[in-house]
Ligand binder design. Structure first.
Ligand code: SF4
Length: 429
């Protein structure tokens, strides 16, 4: 037994989470199980959640037998059923390893979350992850539920005619959306969802799912807000909030570029009212000409979501309708050509993201687009299903997420790695 490494966790039939000191916590990279090294784990960040994984046996590493081992039954209750355990890490953290498990026959599809390896070490939970952004805008300790409820309820009462305020009130109070909660706390980044429709059909879309066995985790907005409704939310926030950012493109909507006319008019009106803060667009980047128009109206930054810079892998996940992967680079370049700030929202899955072919394609993409920032977001999907759909089930794993980040830093010293859309206005900080 290695006293220095975290221990395996499992869940018993009652759903209690227990440690098993004979096995070390293991991680998963692609299709391979991995032993953890110093620096691969951190204390489980506050605000993270633990998940039990149905139909999956926990896998750990036995230093005695020098091999990985599945835990087939409860060591405290012989014959008792066990389940693997994973962590859904709090925002601003990126996973280094997925949880290690062994599928039982007919293991159900996992819901749309990220499943990070978790273990027990020196009296506390640890996760195989790293903090990638020091910004505290979505840290658990900043959310006081009583104040948020009070502020949101008061504003919803004050502005009954603004459907966007009502929608965001529901997001803050019903779904606990951190961006909506920050709006009602009058600070940092606030959301501006606008589009009920989309021109992609992502496997892991959280606002629309056709599969019976997969549930969308957020309700998609059902209307296109008017310019007045959008500005009613955005302008007071831009004028007063510390670190003010307003962002089109949220988890509770489709693709905002499909509402480009409304967005352009809203941005013009925002900028007639105030020059303060940052106006940002989170997007699939499908329509470069529309992005160009938004920049002319006053858009400051864009964040384009990408799971892979290899076209077949991109298409297998996003399933684009009426646009091509090349359009993403066009949208990023459009923003850069107007002097704006360009990021990608890069979905990280250990063993896939850090594979050599993926690295080469990403490197080319960065060289071609000269993006400013990569936001390292965990891919929220069942990893087995993802790799199967992308045809990479037999992946040999990657170079490791930490070495991959080092490569990015070494090769592109001016490129920022982080998690959030930055406020670009020094006067608003
Ligand atoms: S681009 Fe966004 S809204 Fe559209 S399908 Fe993908 S995740 Fe869903």
């Amino acid at each position: 037994m290695m006293p220095g490494r975290p221990k395996l966790l499992y869940a018993d039939t009652e759903g209690r989470i227990l440690d098993f000191p004979q096995l070390e916590m293991a991680g998963r990279s692609g299709g391979r199980w991995r032993r953890l090294q110093e620096g691969d784990w951190i204390p489980l960040p506050e605000g993270s959640e633990l998940f039990l994984l149905p139909g999956r046996l926990p896998v750990g590493y036995s230093p005695r037998h020098k091999r990985f081992q599945a835990l087939p039954q409860d060591p405290c209750n012989p014959g008792g059923r066990v389940q693997a355990v994973a962590a859904f890490m709090a925002p601003a953290h990126t996973q280094i390893y997925s949880a290690a498990w062994k599928n039982l026959p007919h293991a159900p599809l996992l819901p749309l979350f990220a499943y990070t390896a978790v273990g027990w070490h020196e009296g506390g939970f640890v996760a195989a992850g790293v903090r990638v952004d020091p910004d505290e805008r979505q840290d658990h300790r900043h959310f006081d539920p009583v104040r948020i409820r009070k502020n949101a309820s008061q504003r919803m009462k004050r502005e009954p005619g603004n459907r966007l305020v009502q929608h965001l009130g529901h997001c803050a109070l019903g779904y606990g959306c951190p961006a909506a909660r920050n709006l009602f706390m009058n600070r940092w980044e606030a959301p501006l969802p606008t589009s009920p429709i989309c021109n992609a059909q992502c496997l892991g879309c959280i606002s629309r799912q056709d599969r019976q066995d997969l549930c969308a985790t957020q309700e998609r907005i059902r209307f296109v807000p008017t310019v007045e409704e959008i500005c009613g939310v955005a302008v007071p926030h831009l004028k007063k909030a510390p670190g003010a950012v307003v962002s089109f493109g949220q988890g509770c909507e489709g693709e905002p570029l499909l509402q480009a006319g409304t967005l352009a008019e809203s941005i013009r009106l925002m900028r007639q009212s105030t020059g303060r803060g940052t106006i940002n667009l989170n997007s699939n980047g499908s329509l470069p000409a529309a992005v160009d128009g938004l920049c002319r109206a006053g858009l400051d930054s864009i964040r384009v979501s990408i799971n892979s810079c290899r076209i077949p892998c991109y298409e297998a996940y996003f399933r684009p309708r009426g646009y091509a992967f090349e359009d993403l680079a066009g949208s990023l370049r459009a923003v850069k050509s107007h002097g704006g700030f360009a990021s990608i929202n890069y979905f990280v899955l250990p063993g896939f993201t850090d594979a050599e072919d993926e690295w080469k394609a990403l490197r080319r993409f960065i060289q071609e687009t000269r993006i400013d920032l990569i936001q390292l977001r965990n891919l929220n999907i069942d990893p087995d299903w993802y790799m199967e759909e992308l045809g990479v089930a037999r992946t040999a794993g990657g170079i490791g997420i930490r070495p991959w980040m080092e490569r990015l830093r070494n090769e592109f010293p001016d490129l920022r790695l982080g998690y959030y859309n930055p406020c670009l206005d020094p006067e608003a900080l």
